[in-house]
Ligand binder design. Sequence first.
Ligand SMILES: *Cc1c(COP(=O)(O)O)cnc(C)c1O
Length: 628
Amino acid sequence: MTSNPKIKVCGMNRNTAEVDALAADYLGFIFWEPSKRAFQGKMPVLAPNTKKIGVFVDASIKEVLQKTTEFDLDGVQLHGSESPEYCASLRQELTQPKKVESDVRLSAVSADRQAVEAPVIIKAFAVGSTFDFSILKAFEAHTDYFLFDTKGKLPGGNGAAFDWTLLQDYPSTTPFFLSGGIGPENLTNIQEFLASPAAAHCHALDLNSKFETAPGLKDTQALEAFITIIRTPNMQTYHADENGYYGEFGGAYIPEMLYPNVAELKAKYLEIMAEPSFQEEFQQLLKDYVGRPSPLYFAKRLSERYNTKIYLKREDLNHTGAHKVNNTIGQILMAKRLGKKRIIAETGAGQHGVATATVCALMGMECIVYMGEIDIARQAPNVARMKMLGATVVPALSGSRTLKDATNEAIRDWINNPIDTHYIIGSVVGPHPYPDMVARFQAVISEEIEWQLLEKEGRKNPDYVIACVGGGSNAAGAFYQYLDRPEVGIIAVEAAGKGVDSGESAATSALGKVGIIHGSKTLLMQTPDGQITEPYSISAGLDYPGVGPMHAHLFQSGRGEFISITDADAMKAGLELCELEGIIPAIESSHAFAVLEKKQFKPDDVVVINLSGRGDKDLNTYIDYFKL
Ligand SMILES: *Cc1c(COP(=O)(O)O)cnc(C)c1O
């Protein structure tokens, strides 16, 4: 939910026209006799953008259709014990004779609304602590939205608010209306909920009895005040919405041939990730195989040098030496749950290829890694590692024979093997749902930072989190829990290479323009006629011409501070960490440390730097650079 939620005012009856003047997105009319708010009388003429929703409780399909036609309804809300079969039949009736296909949202042009839309179906559920979310599955194909209402409302309206935490592991991608006891008195709770990852699929808030002076008579002043606050821009969240958009960035711009693969993943990833058996296996592997939690280390000498409190999140201590394995473990488990037998990946410097080959060996799955011919020659040790781990390394021989050509080969492979193959993308890039899925797997980084900081400093929030950005996955993981807490400063560090204006850099935020790469709309370094520019950085992992859509949005909205660091400054900062703390960082991570020279922090600021990887892989570069 990157934009603010839509507003539905339900139980319209007596002062419909006044409420309509507040520009709610939906007005609900109850067609159920026993309700105190049952709609009677005449439908006034409403503003052209207002959508009329009819609310029914176990009504016959005939009656629903009749009311839909009579009142020209834009949607029906089913509030009884209607079955999936009922919804399916109703949908069929509602879409005749036009037969509008519902799920075309993934294709590039599909963001546009269809010319003629059939009335939407909203299926309501009363949710209590024992609600079984798995029942939603059977409804997904036949409904456009769910609506979650409080189970067993208390009389008098006090304490009947929904327990929002029940939606924490919402296992569906179907957007929902949040209902039940929403009123001015729980505005803060609503705001908190909307700022949490659980609200990613919250489409609208449903307002009813808490905004009334009598049943069906709405308190327009209270409504107006509430709607104004919900619609203010600081209600934004920086997480992906249901179609994978972060502001204007993200989405799924893919060739039609890829559509079934991506749609399958999109339909299932959240549900699979929410399964207890999935979580159990993921957490256990992170602990016993990767070696998590990674320490949050107070860097005393570095802190003294810069006169501020610096903590290092030690992703360098993970198995395989970087954060990348958090994601590949998650995705290999996802692939298994999807019934896939074969894994493909692309790699530039070879780090993601190694992390992928590692988990494929762990699970005994076939692994094919595409790599540009030039990169194969440059990265011999990683090629050797992949081979030892049992992977097949396939050279990409076209174009510049580097990362983007390897990506093209991987996509081609996936198109040709849609049934048995999962494509493990290595960063928060690619078509939706990849950026969101990878960010959720990497979120373990900031989940740990929260409790580790609470132990050490007595608070969950640092003042700043700093991370380097190639595609952006280690940064997404380090920022994840903090995205919607403006009191935590987010600093993203890009590679300036030989200087932002040198023509040899990877400073996407400074140089990029809106474009499409790997199926995602994002910021991208390109020539005036839209050709992707070859990026450059001394660190292979930051050598990428774009950034993930989350980061494009963090940059464009101003939520994140973006700093570009040159090769020279990064190398100096890397050496300093060796000398002051006895830690040899990956050159990617060294870029994050160079911020300490660029930006002044206060003595009592708590600054967390994500140490994304260790420097062993970069030894030759260090040797050449420092003439060691
Ligand atoms: C790959 C890599 C990066 C860059 O990738 P992101 O997706 O931006 O995190 C950064 N640091 C290390 C150590 C890497 O291996």
